[in-house]
Design a protein around this ligand. Structure first.
Ligand SMILES: Nc1ncnc2c1ncn2[C@@H]1O[C@H](COP(=O)(O)OP(=O)(O)OP(=O)(O)O)[C@@H](O)[C@H]1O
Length: 261
């Protein structure tokens, strides 16, 4: 589904990604991990075309996307959430999801605004569909609440629901569990798996190792811009380069995973 081929991204003298290559297969949940500053967000920003790579290529479903502007990449079937949640805080929960749906209807954004105002016959259809997304994410009882009034956990769910409502083929989740408590993180893990089971391929950037190890089939590890490991959760937990990158020291691998997890 997604092929990252020898991607390098430089910001002046800083090499944020250095010759990074990996693939994401259809139906997988893949984790992109690494210590702070490893280049994870930069990679996400290139896949969603916020940045263009300095060199290398990104292919999505057989099409080169690394030179496309972001507004052309999203309709191809890539959606994302952001580390700093980006929902419309003055809109209600259901309105946020309806806006997320606009790419999948014949209605453009201004049409969607009139739709939100209730002037189109398509409204009920879009509203009902939005409500079914809210039910999927357990947010249906909050449908008429302003997003600004939601807790962090519910806001993360709302952003997830809004991204899912665009009906992506590939969903990029950027630290979706950041700030969540243990119970919320467990629920988020189950939700991510449920979304994948509904037919969406998922790439996650995540610092919560418990979540990553539980849900990912494959994990890519970056350190200082360079890919240092790739493998199953078990392989990654036993990888010496990963252990050293996280703790900056040579210690026993059983200790590291306790420390990291
Ligand atoms: N727009 C930018 N301009 C200059 N340098 C940048 C820019 N974006 C990222 N960098 C640098 O690129 C490197 C990789 O940053 P990036 O944010 O991708 O890492 P990360 O793995 O996502 O880190 P974190 O886990 O802390 O979010 C860092 O040295 C960062 O300072």
């Amino acid at each position: 589904m997604l092929k990252i081929d020898s991607i390098t991204k430089k910001f002046g003298g800083i090499v944020a990604n250095n010759e990074v290559s990996f693939t994401v297969e259809d139906g997988q949940i893949v984790g992109l991990i690494g210590p702070n500053g490893a280049g994870k967000s930069t990679m996400f920003n290139m896949i969603s075309s916020i940045y263009q790579p300095t060199t290398g290529s990104i292919t999505f479903l057989g099409n080169r996307i690394d030179k496309l502007p972001a507004y052309q990449v999203a309709p191809l079937g890539i959606s994302r959430t952001f580390q700093n949640i980006q929902v419309f805080k003055s809109m209600t929960v259901i309105e946020n999801v309806m806006v997320g749906q606009h790419m999948q209807t014949k209605t453009n954004f201004s049409g969607m605004v009139s739709l939100l105002l209730g002037s189109r016959s398509e409204e009920k259809l879009v509203y009902d569909k939005a409500m079914s997304y809210l039910e999927f994410f357990g947010l249906e009882n909050l449908f008429d609440q302003k997003a600004a009034s939601l807790s962090l956990g519910k806001l993360r769910l709302l952003e997830f629901a809004r991204a899912f409502a665009t009906q992506p083929k590939l969903l990029l989740l950027d630290e979706i569990a950041a700030g969540l408590n243990h119970k919320e993180t467990l629920e988020m893990s189950e939700l991510i798996t449920k979304v994948r089971d509904s037919g969406v391929t998922i790439l996650v950037v995540e610092h919560d190792m418990d979540l990553v190890m539980r849900i990912c089939e494959k994990i890519i590890v970056l350190d200082q811009g360079t890919k240092i490991a790739e493998g199953t959760p078990k392989e990654i937990q036993e990888n010496e380069a990963v252990i050293t990158a996280y703790l900056g020291a040579d210690i026993d691998s059983s200790e590291i995973m306790e420390a990291v997890i």
